[in-house]
Write a protein that binds this ligand. Structure first.
Ligand SMILES: Nc1ncnc2c1ncn2[C@@H]1O[C@H](COP(=O)(O)OP(=O)(O)OP(=O)(O)O)[C@@H](O)[C@H]1O
Ligand SMILES: [Mg+2]
Length: 330
């Protein structure tokens, strides 16, 4: 089946200004990122803070313009589409953010927060409110909540409202950017299960962004690992977690406490060595080389190419480019 969303060599740099507004350089936030999201699949995007996950999401929705690359929705490249054409595409790709409190309107009732997304898109208020009731029901909020205001809800309940608001316009794709990161572990598990149920019920394809490896593993069929704006590894979730190839993926997995969603179990975890370099001055060659225990001289000069290491499993590391048979083991 053709992917519902394809991203090809997408790149974005932000100019950085120093004192007195003088240009200081550029942050390379997303660099030549490519991936495909399968129809009704879940692709998890994981990586440390600042690796470009949110920038990537905003580029896909064209809330910011890419410098280079393509975003194809059902085969159509949407980069360059006019604003009125984009409006329809954006209905098909709805986003759920980390902090529902700042994205909900505090002066509107819960019902109208949800209904609003439909009536700005042309529905009558009456119709929008009718639909909003059924979407609040779908996300598990009792009827009695409809007339309440966001401040009177818990974090988890607010996130349910944000999800209902996204779903009311019947999108094909939901982009969840750290959608459960601000929630307590037990509430997190409930909201993750809600995402799973709604995905089935509404035949959604899901782009699930999180810095939390356990959450991404729980949610995703496929996973993409980012480091300093680049994709270092991607593949089926079970393969990537059981058999990580990239030294960064290995280090990241070793650094995370293992957890069943909702229950953290203490086990040994080793922090990733070294400091995250400034994205203003990313290392030459392989961007991970300054923290990589397998780094060699050639990693300074060569940008790793994407190498297929198994079915649908790809890694961007020089160690695998020259036919090294043995996998690096951390
Ligand atoms: N508008 C902007 N202007 C300048 N730099 C920006 C802008 N937006 C993002 N950046 C920079 O781009 C890089 C990627 O940021 P981004 O927010 O996409 O990362 P992230 O992976 O979502 O991080 P987090 O896990 O903290 O949410 C960072 O270095 C960030 O400082
Ligand atoms: Mg982010």
């Amino acid at each position: 089946m053709e992917p519902i969303l394809e991203v090809a060599a997408l790149s974005k740099s932000f100019p950085v200004k120093g004192l007195w507004g003088k240009a200081k350089g550029e942050v390379s936030a997303v660099k030549e990122v490519s991936f495909a999201l399968k129809e009704q699949g879940t692709l998890g995007i994981v990586g440390e803070s600042g690796c470009g996950k949110s920038t990537l999401a905003r580029l896909i929705l064209r809330l910011i313009e890419p410098d280079l690359g393509e975003v194809r929705f059902r085969g159509q490249n949407i980069v360059g589409l006019k604003e009125n054409e984009m409006r329809k595409i954006r209905q098909n790709m709805q986003m759920v953010f980390q902090n529902p409190y700042s994205s909900l309107n505090p002066k509107m009732t819960i019902l109208d927060n949800v209904a609003f997304n439909l009536w700005v898109n042309g529905a009558s208020k009456q119709e929008a409110r009718k639909q909003a009731h059924s979407y609040l029901d779908a996300v598990g909020l009792p009827k009695s909540y409809a007339g309440r205001y966001p401040h009177s809800l818990s974090g988890g309940q607010r996130q349910r409202v944000a999800i209902a608001r996204a779903l009311i316009v019947e999108p094909d794709i939901l982009i969840a950017d750290e959608a459960v990161s601000a929630l307590d572990k037990s509430v997190q598990a409930q909201v993750l299960n809600l995402f799973q149920d709604l995905k089935k019920q509404f035949s959604l394809s899901l782009l699930f962004i999180s810095h939390d490896l356990n959450v991404v593993e729980y949610m995703s069929d496929e996973v993409m690992v980012m480091y300093l704006g680049t994709v270092v590894e991607k593949g089926p979730a079970d393969r990537l977690y059981s058999n990580p190839y990239h030294p960064y993926t290995q280090a990241l997995l070793n650094s995370a406490p293992s957890m069943e969603v909702g229950v953290t179990t203490l086990n040994k975890h080793t922090p990733i060595a070294g400091e995250l370099p400034s994205p203003l001055h990313p290392p030459s060659g392989c961007r991970f080389r300054t923290r990589c225990k397998f780094a060699e001289e050639r990693c300074t000069h060569n940008v790793p190419r994407t190498t297929e290491v198994g079915q649908g499993h790809q890694v961007a590391c020089l160690l695998y480019e020259t036919g090294h048979e043995a996998r690096v083991v951390s």
